[in-house]
Structures are given as C-alpha cells and as structure tokens.
Design a protein around this ligand. Sequence first.
Ligand SMILES: *[C@@H]1O[C@H](CO)[C@@H](O)[C@H](O)[C@H]1NC(C)=O
Ligand SMILES: *[C@@H]1O[C@H](CO)[C@@H](O)[C@H](O)[C@H]1NC(C)=O
Ligand SMILES: *[C@@H]1O[C@H](CO)[C@@H](O)[C@H](O)[C@H]1NC(C)=O
Ligand SMILES: *[C@@H]1O[C@H](CO)[C@@H](O)[C@H](O)[C@H]1NC(C)=O
Ligand SMILES: *[C@@H]1O[C@H](CO)[C@@H](O)[C@H](O)[C@H]1NC(C)=O
Ligand SMILES: *[C@@H]1O[C@H](CO)[C@@H](O)[C@H](O)[C@H]1NC(C)=O
Length: 929
Amino acid sequence: MNQYSLADAMTDKGNFTVPKLSESNMGFGVLGVFLGLLLEVSTHGPHAVPRTSWRHQDLDLMEFSEPGIFNYSTLLLSEQGDALYVGAREAVFELSKTNVTVRNNKVQWTAAEDYVHMCTQKGKSKERDCLNYIRVLQVVDSKRLYVCGTHAFQPQCDYLNLTDFSLTGRPEDGRAKCSFDPSQSFTTVMVDGELYSGTSFNFLGSEPIISRYSPFQLLLRTEYSTSWLNEPSFVFADVIHEGQNRVEGEDDKIYFFFTEVSVEYEFFGKLLIPRVARVCKGDLGGQRTLQKKWTSFLKAKLVCSMPELNFVFNVVHDVFILKGEDWRDTVIYGVFTSQWGNVGLSAVCAYNMTAVEDVFSRGKYMQKATVEQSHTKWVRYNGMTPSPRPGACINNAMRRQNISNSLHLPDKTLQFVKDHPLLEDPVQPIGNRPRLITKDVNYTQIVVERVRALDGRIYDVMFTGTDKGVLHKSVVFEGEVHIVEEIQLLKSSESIKNLLLSSQTRSLYAGSDSAVVQSPTAFCGKYPSCMDCVLARDPYCAWDPQTTACVNIFETPIQQHRMLIQSLDGDADKCPSVPLIPPKAAPRSTREGQRVVVKPGSSAELPCTAPSNLAQLRWTFNDSALTEASRFHLVGESALLIYSVAPEDQGVYKCWSVEPVAALGKNFSRPLAAYALELDVPPPPPPLPRQWAEDLAPTDLEQEPAYSAGPAEGNGKTDVALLTSALAPSTLTSTVRFTPPPQTDTSLTPPSGSSAPLRPPLAPPVAAVPRPDGGDPSAEYLQRGNSAALLALFILFFLLFLAALAYNCYKQYLPAPCLRLRAALLGSHKSAQHHQQPEYRACESGLMEASASEKVHMTEVPTQNGGSQTTVQNLRALRDTGYETEPECGNGQVASHGFGDDSSSQEKPFDVDCESQPIQFADADEPYC
Ligand SMILES: *[C@@H]1O[C@H](CO)[C@@H](O)[C@H](O)[C@H]1NC(C)=O
Ligand SMILES: *[C@@H]1O[C@H](CO)[C@@H](O)[C@H](O)[C@H]1NC(C)=O
Ligand SMILES: *[C@@H]1O[C@H](CO)[C@@H](O)[C@H](O)[C@H]1NC(C)=O
Ligand SMILES: *[C@@H]1O[C@H](CO)[C@@H](O)[C@H](O)[C@H]1NC(C)=O
Ligand SMILES: *[C@@H]1O[C@H](CO)[C@@H](O)[C@H](O)[C@H]1NC(C)=O
Ligand SMILES: *[C@@H]1O[C@H](CO)[C@@H](O)[C@H](O)[C@H]1NC(C)=O
C-alpha cells in the first residue's frame, strides 16, 4: 500500500485506488501534519500583502440601508435599466445602480401570522428565524421578477410586477426553490424561465436537493442519497451556454458549486471536499429509472492546493464564472479556505472551462467499494461503461441513435449514473496552484473583471470580499500576484454576503447584514504622484503628465491614452524626472528640513508614514544610514523615536520610502520627510517660539515642504539636490503628511501642517537612561518583523495541542501512539509490536463509542460549511466519533507518509532537530525523527 498524506489523497490524479485515512495512527499523524502545516504555511508559505489600505472614512462610498431592515444579502443587477434590486429581510428594494443611496421603489413582504405561529410552535425563534428573508430575486421577463423568501420556515415565491413594484399576493409553494432556514447555504439561477436551486427540501434542512422548477414541467431533482449530495453547502450556480460554434449539438449546462462531506475518503471527523456538479438544461428525467430525477447529474472534485507544502484548501466559499466570448475562454474563479480555518489562509483558484468539460465528458467514474476492497470506501470504476455515456447531455450522436431526449435513454445508462454520480478525475486549477494566497483573511465573495490595460494585454482583476467587510483587488502579472489595494467597504467588521460588479457603472455592489455599499472599481484619484500611481500597478490607473493626475483609463478618452504613463510591472522610472525645486520663499525653513528643537535629554519623535504597505522606511542621519542598534533610536512604523537627545544627535534626519518591485528586481526610493534636529540650549531665548510658529505656518507646509531647498544653515553642502531632484511637485504637496502620531508626553512631535501649535510640547528629560557608546550608524537597516507574534501564537497553539494530547493519552482515548508514549514515560520501553493487543482493544472500545455517537450525528442539522474547527476540537472529534465507518485497527498499514510509527517516514512535520533538541514527547513516540 502506498503511503499517502492527506494532501496527496486530495490531489492525486488517480494512479492508485483511493487512499484510506482510517489507520488508527492516522488521527494522530494527521493532527501532526496540520500542526506542522500551520507553522510551516503561516511562516514560510507564499502569501500576498495588499499594497495600499483604504480606510472606510478615507473614501466616499455610497451606502444604502433603512432603519429596522437587515440582511441585504440578495442582489440583482438589471441589465438594461438603472436598477439594483435588493432582497432584504421582509423587503425588496429597487435602488439606482448609478447611486445606491437613491431608493426608487420598495415592497414589504412579511410572513403571515399563522405561519409565524407555526414556526414558533416548532421551536424556532420569532425574532431571528420566523421572518421572511428574501433569498431569490430572478428576472422572469422585462416586467416581472421572481421572488422567494424563507417565509417563517415555509418558503414561498411570488411574482414582483416591475411596473408598479407590487407582488401579486398569490404566493406559490417555495419548497425546493428556496431554503427553509435563512442561515442555511443556498444558491439559485434562472435559466430561460426555469429556476435552478441548490437548497434543502425539508424543514430540518437535512435533505439536500438540486432542483429545477419550471412553470410548465414537473419538478426535476436529485436522488436523495449521500452519494449524490452529502451535507452540501451550496455556494454558486450558473449556466454555460454552448453557443453557436458548438458542432456536436450539445446542450447548455448548469454548474453548481458546493462543499460537501467526502464520501470517498475516510477520515476522523468529517472531511470536506469542494465540488463542481453539473446538469443539462434539456434533461427531462428518465422513463422508468430516475423518473423526475436528473439523468445528467455528475460531480467532480475541485482541487485548490499548494502542492509543495502539501497544503489543501478544501472549502469553497464562492465562485465567479468569467465568461469569455467563446466558452473556451471562460474561466471559473473560486475562493477557498481550509477546513482547518485557524491557519488563517485564503486562496483563489482559477479553472479552465475546458478542463471542467474534459472531466465531465471523459473522466473515469467512481464506485462504492466492494467487500474485498473494504479498506477503501470508493474506488475507480474500471469496468465497461454503458453507452451512451452515463450523465452526458443529449447531443447529435445520440439523436442519430434515436435518443432525442433523456426519456429515451436506456435503463442501463440511467442505472449506472444513479449509482456513479462521482467522477474520479479532479478538476485541477490553471497552473496547478492558487492564483492568490492571502494570510489572515477569510474570503467570502469573489467577482472578476477582465480589462485591457494600456499595454494592450488582458488582465483578470479579482475582487475578493472578506468576512470583515474588506475588499481586496488583485491582479496576476506574469504568474506573480499583486494585491493592488484593500478597501474597508463596510463600516463595521461584518461579512460581505454578496458582491456584484457592473462594468457599465464601473462599480461594485456589496450586500451585508446591515447595508448595501457601492464602490468604484478603482481609486486612481487617490494616488498623488506619478510614482504612487505607477507603483500601484493598477490596470485601471495611469498617470497623466499633462494634468499631473492619476486617472482611470476607462474614464479617459482613447485618443489621450498614448500620453498616459502606465507600467503594470511597476517601473516607476517611466515617470518624468522631476525638475529641481526652485528655492523660492523658503527662508524660514532650514535647508535640510523641518526644524525640530528639543531640550537635551528629552526624546524626539520624527513622524514619517510609509506610503504603501510594501514600502519600508529608512532613515538617514547626516546622509548615512541610521540603524536602531547604533543609538537610542527606535524606528517605528510611523515615526523615528530618539530617546534622550544628546548633542551628538543633532543633525539632519531624512525618511525614505524604499519600495521593492519584485517583477523588476528593483527598489524604488524616494524621500518622504526630513528634519533638522537641534538642541534647545537653555535658557531658551524668548523669540524662538514665534519663529517656530512662523516656520510651521500651514501655508508654508502646503506649498513648500520644510525640507525643500532653502538658505543654508549649518553645513549647507548636504545633498539637497539629490533629495529634491527625486521629488515630483505633487509628491511634495500630498504624500508628505506630518500627521502627529498619538501624542505622548515624553515625545516631541513636529506639528501637523494644518494646525501648528505655537510651541511643540517639550518633554521632561527621560531620566536615568544610560546612553551606550555610539555604534556604527552605517550598519544594516532594520526590518520589520511582523511574523514574530504569529509564530508565538502558533507555538502556544502547539503547546495547547501537546497538553490536550497528553491528557487524552493519559485518559487512554488515543490508542496506538500514546500507549507508546505512556510506556515511554513510565519507563518500560516496549517495542511497538508488543502493543498490538492493547492497541486493538483501545481501538475496539473507541469503535463502540463511535457507533453510539454516530447516531447523534445523524440527527444533527448539518452545520453551515463546517468552517473551522480548532485542533482541540479535532482531537475531540477523533475521540468522540472514532472513525466514521470501517475503522481499521492495528493492521499496521500506514496511510500518511512521514507519520507512520516506524522508520519509513521521510518528512518531518516540524523543523525539529531531534538530536540537538530532544523533545520528550517526540522521543517517546519518534513520529518526527
Ligand atoms: C440578519 O442580520 C442580523 C443583524 O445584523 C444578524 O444578526 C443575523 O445573523 C442575520 N441573519 C441572517 C440569516 O443572515
Ligand atoms: C483552457 O485550455 C484550453 C486547452 O488546453 C486552451 O486552449 C485555453 O486557452 C485555456 N483557456 C484559458 C483561459 O486558460
Ligand atoms: C430510428 O427511428 C427510425 C424511425 O422510427 C428508424 O427507421 C431507425 O431505424 C431508427 N434508428 C435507430 C438507430 O434505432
Ligand atoms: C476566519 O474564520 C474562522 C471561522 O469562522 C475564524 O475562526 C477565524 O478567526 C477567521 N480568521 C480571520 C483572519 O478572520
Ligand atoms: C550632523 O550634521 C550637523 C550639521 O548638519 C552637525 O552639526 C553635526 O555635528 C553632525 N553630526 C554628526 C554626528 O556627524
Ligand atoms: C531592495 O531592498 C531590500 C531590503 O529592503 C534588499 O533586501 C534588496 O536586496 C534590495 N533589492 C535591490 C535590487 O536593491
């Protein structure tokens, strides 16, 4: 038996039969894998950082909400009219899509009294559940929308007349079209007047269904079987029209995306698998077999993983289908996280439509294992497949065989597809890896816009919404992903529930529990200088040297385009060189920079904020690099702090932004601020304050930053030319912000440009801090170490895990490894084989617990998405549920490479050097060495 890790299991292309994960050591091993991964992935894994962050208050976003109305989670953009339809709790709105603050229409739809009564009788909450949450808004024709709501756990649908914006008041049964539970996952799409839904068919939410409702036909649905749908969380559905250039006479197809509990892999607890399923539009069900059921339902696994780190993103949260002119240009984008959500990583994977089609039209089927193969649950089906191909849409070849619709399909084909809805071949992402990996976010939504930049190339710009109300905008340039910006779209930190994009209004619309927000797709105007504009690498933005502004190329006449400067690889050298600033009208600031006068022994704080999250700040003192180690300096993110200023600290401090552009292998430097630090020789002369005030007059700062050239004071031969020549005029006026950081008594901050205090507060001398001898100030620059806290967190996490493990071992909940651990701790070094018997017994008793608790699990309402479990919970799940089915105890097979109990392991989950750093636990079990 080949050794497998979970990642292999989930990414393998099927050279083997399905790996099993139920080996009794496995739970332990897998936990180890994931802990190892947590450390590994979060410290070394690739992940992108947004270049710019916009706070909500920095932007002027349009927002709509009405008092007392919540859950603005269903959005529908009108193609022709200027309308954005919003389905909220007990109301439907028509907003202007050019300005969502304008409400054109509203209709209220509350659940009827007797339904609410029934709902509360069944134990649901009146305030939370027994309301009418609008979840379906679909266009029927130019005059009507189809609207469905949960209607106090009795879903109902109605037609909304757009001419007078009223409901007919003759609701239809909404079962199979809309969910009962407003918090349950749900997706729907209207295709040619027929409503396709992925939802749940019953009150408990335990009967998943993919259905088609048509006013003219009987409901078509999925078979109620775990091999068809196993606790799915539906995220998205859409149609792919085959178009005219399809010769085979193929049908249009409707694709559903969801995460479900794996049937094919054995695992402790529930292993989630992202899926794509599809049905054919022309499906009518079978004649005898699969009556009123899909004859074309097939599903396959979506792979989104980092193969080199063995890390799998196995929960899909949203999908966007970017449709090309030709269906072959269509790309499916999905946002994923890991079931083990505490890793804090999100990913975007993209799939070629051709690859999806290939899997469905040529992939191998999977089959439930027979008794002899009992160590796996599902295996590849290697026998003969009936003809026509089970699950295929009706095409010309079938029509030639007199099969013109699914009712004519032979029973053999139908019986086969009924038993084999799962395909073995997975859908691999383009490039076999995620497009984007981001740390510390949970993406919930995605939309993608395809734009042509000034270089004539096509870029897919990804907009991803998070569970904290933030939007990320990212682009891939030559295989390297760049997050242009992050935008705090929502006022509060809540989840983005829905995200739509309109190329026509160049806007994004985000729905959340509290409001609908409209945001432009680009914020070019917020980049003040050419360097900022170009380094942003935003395909929407370019620098206009004539107006000296960063402009949106889609709002600029085409004939001006060749004048614009855009470099998507971030080559800021394309920016015009900046003329030397004439040293006019700067007599009051020193030549080197803004004067800062402090008392000896007090501390000084020189503010300087990086213009982007990628830029690093560097400070120079008298034109040589300043290091934190060299003196009593503290280089913060927004200021340089100099403790206990001594005479030798006097001089010129300059703050530089150094921004790397990986694509070019270049660093772009530019000065941001300069200060001339002077000691205030006591007693301070009375005229100083007035002069200070003059120096820092607001007009002075706006027109002429303090560090621009002026009359020499002190050694005037410093490189003012160097400093100023690198500066664009606009950089001077707007990037240099002398914002005072949070004021502390012991610090002195140069006043901000707008309201300069007459005299900066002078700090009392910092007492009794011995000054070290000056080191070498030209030593290396300091770098920010943000990951330290994270690392600490994971170490803590790991210690917790060890504690939990130890406890469980002590209690004999975990069979094999801990018996050895116990033995080791108790001093009796028995070899592994001697434990076969007790191990087996422990496993057996675990089994009995398992079957008892499994019953409980059956009646449980499936949880939404399964989301994240802490490792301790995983551990508990391991103890509680045992191994879901067919557990195998002590048959000595090793299912995960590297985590067996013997020497065959090849990889270490932790970077533990076992010789130099003996860990008792590791010694005892030797799983890592
Ligand atoms: C509806 O909105 C309220 C208020 O924000 C929130 O607490 C609740 O969870 C939401 N319900 C659903 C089903 O989204
Ligand atoms: C998808 O794959 C097909 C065939 O391999 C290729 O021709 C097409 O360009 C790909 N499309 C995209 C968007 O990568
Ligand atoms: C299809 O039907 C036609 C007429 O009903 C018949 O002549 C023909 O032989 C049939 N073809 C096949 C392949 O069954
Ligand atoms: C992501 O979601 C999980 C589960 O909801 C939560 O535990 C985790 O803290 C979230 N992470 C971030 C960075 O928001
Ligand atoms: C830094 O330059 C200033 C003049 O600009 C000079 O007075 C001071 O002594 C210099 N400090 C050091 C440590 O070289
Ligand atoms: C850019 O700066 C970083 C440190 O800030 C340095 O490690 C890197 O070598 C520099 N790259 C180039 C091309 O100068």
